[in-house]
Design a protein around this ligand. Structure first.
Ligand SMILES: *[C@@H]1O[C@H](CO)[C@@H](O)[C@H](O)[C@H]1NC(C)=O
Ligand SMILES: *[C@@H]1O[C@H](CO)[C@@H](O)[C@H](O)[C@H]1NC(C)=O
Ligand SMILES: *[C@@H]1O[C@H](CO)[C@@H](O)[C@H](O)[C@H]1NC(C)=O
Length: 382
């Protein structure tokens, strides 16, 4: 164990400083200019010309190269009679499959007691799977006892989800009431709601977080939301066990910044996010280096991309807000809730910002997801 832990320590350390910036690139004007300035030819276009030579209609990741928002005829027929604005059952999976034929919808949001049977993840170490963590996960799951959404959400014939990113692009757009209309409202890490409701809404169905990103002040946890845990490294599961069993006597170490010492949630309000979404986002959708299935340079998707991947499998319609960068407000803050400006952005060791953005652009361009703040397709810079 030690021999594994030691070399990864450096990686983890680097991971940390990176994850701190979380969505940095979503609002990253500077980095964006930098990356795109170096490579005036966007990667997608290079692939297109290669594709033409070999006559392929798909890019390296398996996405259709010619993307538009039009519905395939069979969907046109299926949804043609729905009234304007009605939720379209099965829309996201159908549209995703039409641009990415390898898409296989079933993938549960959270781990349950049958988790060891999940073939895609049982052979990968965190963050791409749970190998080596089976025992602790079993202990955690036998305490939480709940493994799904509320019965009300489960019984909806059509579920609309919104992933609220943390980008400053959310500021002053008064999208709060629009966000609150969604059935499932997903927030990430410590992004606050109170005091920002006008722009980001007031409801939270679930908050996806890792230890370093979790809200530290117990009074800031909103009621009635699920605490959804996304593990990036093995010690993350130990932290979760401590939070569940309220065992804050033991010290917590192995983290790159101070972490919450308590999470004011009942075990039944806690879930473990299926690590398949990290794996699928990284290796399949974004095309980050496989690195023998281990965490390595630039192969960890941001939590935002992970949440969107989860929603593709588990929602009927998906919207996002607070992702990307709006050129019309270049002085906007990096996050909607703090004063740090875009200029705080640095190149990331763990994430691959430009590659990840290409993936999100495909989803928006094809109309798989709706971008409420229009930051994902915004031009990279002037
Ligand atoms: C839509 O309405 C038309 C005309 O009423 C009907 O012929 C068609 O079968 C309907 N399509 C679906 C998918 O229900
Ligand atoms: C991101 O991906 C591109 C293209 O594969 C690569 O050239 C670049 O080095 C990667 N960046 C990081 C931070 O890994
Ligand atoms: C939002 O509006 C407030 C009040 O008008 C202003 O002080 C602030 O700078 C604006 N924020 C952004 C990011 O535009």
């Amino acid at each position: 164990m030690m021999s594994i832990m030691k070399p990864t320590r450096n990686l983890l350390f680097a991971l940390c400083s990176m994850l701190v910036l979380g969505f940095l690139y979503y609002s990253s004007g500077k980095l964006h200019l930098h990356v795109w300035g170096q490579k005036p030819q966007p990667e997608a276009e290079t692939v297109v010309s290669v594709g033409r030579v070999v006559g392929s209609v798909f890019d390296k990741q398996g996405f259709l190269m010619k993307l538009d928002g039009k519905l395939p005829p069979e969907l046109e027929y299926k949804y043609g009679n729905l009234s304007e604005g009605a939720c379209k059952p099965g829309y996201v999976a159908a549209k995703m499959t039409s641009i990415y034929p390898k898409f296989v919808k079933p993938a549960s949001m959270f781990l349950d007691l049958n988790f060891k049977r999940l073939k895609n993840v049982n052979n990968y170490l965190p963050p791409f799977g749970f190998k080596t963590q089976e025992n602790i996960i079993e202990v955690i799951l036998s305490a939480t006892k709940d493994y799904g959404l509320s019965p009300e959400l489960n019984s909806l014939p059509c579920r609309r989800c919104v992933i609220v990113g943390n980008g400053g692009i959310l500021s002053n757009k008064s999208l709060g009431s629009r966000i609150d209309e969604y059935d499932i409202i997903v927030r990430l890490n410590e992004a606050p709601v109170s005091g920002f409701d006008k722009d980001v809404g007031s409801k939270t169905t679930m908050r996806i977080t890792y230890p370093e990103g979790a809200i530290q002040n117990p009074s800031r946890y909103e009621k009635d939301s699920l605490f959804v845990f996304s593990a990036f490294k093995p010690q993350d599961f130990r932290w979760l066990r401590q939070m569940i069993f309220k065992d804050n006597q033991r010290g917590v170490d192995g983290f790159w910044k101070s972490v919450a010492h308590q999470v004011p949630r009942e075990p039944s309000e806690m879930r473990i996010l299926n690590p398949f979404f990290i794996q699928e986002a990284s290796f399949r959708f974004i095309g980050l280096p496989h690195n023998n299935g281990l965490m390595g340079k630039g192969n960890i998707p941001t939590l935002g991309a992970v949440a969107i991947t989860m929603a593709l499998h588990n929602c009927d319609e998906v919207a996002v807000a607070g992702f990307g960068y709006d050129m019309s407000t270049p002085h906007a803050p990096l996050h909607y809730y703090e004063k740090v400006k875009m200029s705080a952005i640095k190149e990331s060791w763990t994430h691959n910002i430009s590659k990840e953005k290409e993936f999100l652009r495909k989803l928006v361009k094809a109309g798989v997801i709706t971008d409420l703040t229009n930051g994902i397709l915004a031009p990279p810079g002037v």
